[in-house]
Design a protein around this ligand. Structure first.
Ligand code: MG
Length: 379
């Protein structure tokens, strides 16, 4: 593959041409870089399509206008790509990591993950971030020559946001940076922050639409208040949801601009010249300025106490508890309740004593509505 596509990148970006490669050796593509190929494999995966029917905050059947895991993922990728281009780091790699970052989520959002983790407490636990890696490395079942998607090392490593040292040691080369206490690439760091920018802002819009939070409450937050005043000064007659939408637009722009400027400043101050310098640095290089960081934390805290802890949103937690723990115990007591093709495909693992992990993978892969249907069928 010609390296022309990446010729305008900064020297501290990650380059496809210098990838540490794929687990299973493949010949390179003629028209695409290796990171572009990764992105495209993610889009064609089954796990990616299922994001459409997985909860972000609001359960899919609560309304067609709310974010789902899929639309959240697309928003993260959009924000991250724009920022990557401005920072002259690898846009394709950033997009690939963004598109795969939530693949490991269970049905019913974080509530689902917590229940599954309890079900699996004696069998290695469950964590959505590790599950994303499991999906792309092992569980996707579509290619003739290898299991999983056989993605590049940089995409896989970029997906692993957090990891305990014990677990990292078991993961080998992919977990090594946690053992060595190194930072992730700029592309991975950027995706993490853009994930947060995306969900904080779309949750303001969805929360207001669902009447769980109100503009009057948000006015107490400087980040919202200041940007809303700019909107109202420019458009004094504006009303309703347009005020919120314009304000959120300005907040995203403010956050992304600050992130790019402050990260460029960090790169300069730390004397970062290569991607190795990024990893060796003792702190994150992609970060907000102190003022914006403070305002952003206030917004996060607000959403946590007023939206995610809202009684109506928490109702979903109870529903997830029942459905997921019921399904888990049903499959444990009779593993033949799993679809026969899935059972056959995993027979070796089941016979090797990993029945619980197979069941966990099956439940984690479910969409909200499928989990609901399966629960109705079995109970
Ligand atoms: Mg996310």
């Amino acid at each position: 593959m010609s390296n022309d596509f990446e010729k305008n990148l900064a020297p501290y970006a990650l380059f496809s041409a210098k990838t540490l490669g794929r687990e299973h050796i493949e010949s390179s593509a003629k028209l695409r870089t290796e990171f572009q190929r990764d992105r495209e494999r993610i889009i064609h995966s089954t796990a990616f399509r299922r994001l459409e029917y997985k909860t972000q905050v609001f359960v899919n059947h609560e309304g067609d206008m709310y974010r789902t895991r899929l639309t959240h993922t697309i928003e993260v990728a959009q924000i991250a790509r724009a920022a990557a281009r401005a920072l002259r780091i690898n846009e394709d790699l950033t997009e690939a990591i963004s598109l795969a970052h939530d693949l490991g989520h269970t049905p019913f959002g974080h509530a689902g993950q917590d229940v599954l983790n309890i079900c699996m407490k004696d069998f290695g636990g469950f964590e959505h971030n590790i599950q994303s890696l499991r999906i792309i490395d092992k569980l996707e079942n579509r290619y003739a020559s290898f299991p999983g998607l056989n993605l590049c090392f940089e995409t896989r490593e970029g997906l692993l946001k957090k990891c305990s040292i014990t677990r990292a040691k078991k993961l080998g080369s992919i977990g090594k940076r946690f053992v060595d206490k190194k930072q992730s690439s700029l592309e991975a760091q950027l995706t993490n922050v853009c994930d947060e920018i995306a969900y904080n802002n779309h949750d303001i819009q969805d929360g207001i639409r669902a009447k769980k939070i109100f503009v009057e409450q948000l006015e107490d937050l400087p980040l919202f208040f200041n940007q809303m005043n700019i909107v109202l000064k420019k458009f004094p007659k504006l009303s309703g949801s347009k005020i919120v939408n314009e304000t959120v637009r300005l907040i995203i722009n403010l956050l992304v601009t600050d992130l790019i400027n402050n990260s460029n400043k960090n790169i300069k101050n730390k004397g970062i010249l290569t991607s190795e310098d990024v990893k060796d640095s003792n702190s994150l290089t992609i970060s907000f300025s102190d003022d914006i960081k403070k305002m952003n934390i206030e917004l996060k805290r607000f959403l946590y106490s007023n939206l995610y802890q809202h009684p109506d949103v928490k109702k979903m937690t109870d529903q997830a508890n029942t459905i997921i723990s019921d399904l888990f115990s049903a499959y444990i007591s009779d593993i033949k309740l799993l679809p026969s093709d899935f059972y056959e495909y995993n027979l070796e693992k089941i016979n090797a004593g990993h029945k619980e992990r197979v069941i966990c993978d099956y439940i984690a892969g479910m969409t909200d509505r499928f989990a609901q249907q399966e629960h109705n069928r079995l109970f």
